[in-house]
Write a protein that binds this ligand. Sequence first.
Ligand code: ADP
Ligand code: MG
Length: 814
Amino acid sequence: RRGAGWVACRGYRCWAGGAAGCPAAMEKETIRVYARVKPLGRRQQAGIYSVDDDEKSLSSLEIVVPRDLADGFVNNKRESYKFKFQKIFDQEAKQDVVFDSIAKPVAECVLAGYNGTIFAYGQTGSGKTFTITGGAEHYNDRGIIPRTLSYIFDQLQKDSSKVYTTHVSYLEIYNECGYDLLDPRHEASRLEDLPKVTIMEDPDQNIHLKNLSLQQATNEEEALNLLFFGDTNRMIAETPMNQASTRSHCIFTIHISSKEPGSAIIRRSKLHLVDLAGSERVAKTGVGGHLLTEAKYINLSLHYLEQVIIALAEKNRSHIPYRNSMMTSVLRDSLGGNCMTTMIATLSIDKRNIDESISTCRFAQRVALIKNEAVLNEEIDPRLMIVQLKKEIQELKDELALVTGKQRTSELSQEELHQLDELIETFLKDNDPESTLDVDADMRKIKYCFIHMKQLMNHSKNSDQKLLSSHISEEKDTNKEAGEEELEKMKKLLQQRDNEINILVNMLKLEKKKAQDALFQLNAASAGSTVLEPSLSVNLEENRSPSRCFSLKEAKDFSSSVHRLPSLPRKTGGKMSLGCQEAFEIFKRDHADSLTMEDNKQLLKQRFAEAKCLGEKLNEVRNKINYLKREITQRQIQRAALAVSNPSEELNMLDPVEEKLRTQIEEEKKSYKTMFNRLKGLKVEIEHLQLLMEKIKMKLQKDFEVWWSEEAINLQQEKPEMVSSPNTTTGYAQFIKSSQHLSTNSFSETTRVSPNEDPVGKNNPITSSNTTSQTRTPSSSSIPLTGDSQADADILAFLKARQSILQKKGKSCQ
Ligand code: ADP
Ligand code: MG
């Protein structure tokens, strides 16, 4: 409100009917309400309404209800209704006159820094859009918006005393949703394509519109372009089903900010030019379904507008229901706050619209009761404020220097600092409790002393801490030495154990190799081609190699695998424990699929042999073809040489030898092709077989895993003490024993599937005898034991397990 008194609001003079100056800015002013009657043309009916312009300040409009209508109307006793307006613009009134009387005064006030609103209210077709925006055909039909823009920019240009910036925004509210009509990024084909605008309220209850773009317009042309752009968006978005123009509210806002050069005060004001939705009632719309819903909506938001207007018109109403609709929220300031507001009631007074016209006038009468309080919207520019404050500081400094006789800078001089240091030192050393630290009445010195003291305090604190931590680190050093010694000892011990384990593992490997040999010989029939050797076997091969030294890690893997029975590496690339591998071999041998595997292996072997043979033959044919080609070339050279020395016609004739060679080549080529195709077919078959084998192998492994974990569980249930015992290898040996039982079962199953097969080489005397000889194992007493009870027990348990497997094998072979 600052400076309200000195701002000359030119518009306000017109507004206040020629009253001098603008003193009323802080007084409450009622909303000005005007009426405009639309030309009726040929539909003109005499005597329906009359305008009385006689009264000095206010005009009155009398609507006379024709007798034939009066019966069915609200109160059939009355025939005429009188309404008062600031001014009534009858049918002949031109746009420029309307602008001059209604909009120009408001524009003046907006230029002076007050907020202004002009809104048009009336039923659809009564001339709201014509009044606010204008008619599309004639230049003279320009409405309030273009005329106001023109006027404002004209004034801004004339006024060089201030710096102005102008922005515009264009909001459409349809079904309680706000849309930004000026968003340049969106080409709207529907209203929904436009950015949605939402309302935000700050703690001071000021309304902010999120997503509504403010477009800068530096001149009239730019502003008109924006208006045109928004109107186009509005028009495009409209469809017959969605007659947005009659069902939506549009608010075109001009934002002006101004500042006098050098002043820190900025004035901001805005002018809302509002084209409301049609005010007709739902009953009148008389359409069902979708349109009815929309109509209700419009009426609902206008109904809320009415409620707000009623609440505002009532004295002592504390709560005004602005929040009920988006439109009342947006127009909050315009209706009951800091704004100079004007309403235009548009009327289309023919016989059919009598009731609507009366209700529009009634609404206007209520609006006319509302008092608003417009204040100057001034704020301070922080940048300029800083400049001003700096200036003020300098002035104060100068004044201080004048009083103290000393020119003070913000910094103390080196000499002054030194003096202060000495003073502080003396003060601190002085044991007299009464002693004081006396510096001048100079804030800079006092501050320095405090800072210095603080630093001293912190310093002494830090040195205390350092002392403490150095004590601690000394202690640590002693501990460290002791720890290192201990570590060295442990390392040595570990090395020793590693060596022991290595020896043991190598021993186990030797045993393992023997056992494996026996197993493989038993499986003599399944000694597949090296090419197709399953990678698992390769893995075993690796482990069996006596030259390869077992690493410490592998040894550990072995011992740990004993503890985690159910886990088996799924991929053949992974490592199995030796025991696990052994069990797997047995399982594999007895599995039904091993027969299929065997068949496939054999087939593959055959195919490989065939392929090899074919490949060799192909090479032979190729060589032969090459040889024949060379023959032909040679023959041709000879004939050419002959032709040079002895030219005769004979030479031009075909050479029968060459012809024979060519036929031979063709034949060879044919057989090459046939063989090549056969080889191609074989390749496909081999690849397919290999895939099949891989699949079976995977299945086998999976089955084994399941069986393995089931066994582990069974074992746990049967002999829980074994599992809980720290010597788990005993449990393992037991487990291997029980696995024999299972593999015998699965063996009998296998025989049922394929009785002709001899899966364990029962009828192979060589294998049998070999196995028998292999069953002899070194007695546990012949193994050099380590002396470590745990390791010894592990080895013994393993050997027992192995022995029982071999015994079982021996039995099955007999
Ligand atoms: P509303 O926006 O209230 O639905 P419009 O402004 O679209 O109504 O007016 C409906 C029709 O009447 C338009 O064709 C418009 O040009 C015409 N019209 C309205 N008021 C006037 C007027 N004062 N002079 C001439 N034509 C008018
Ligand atoms: Mg309209």
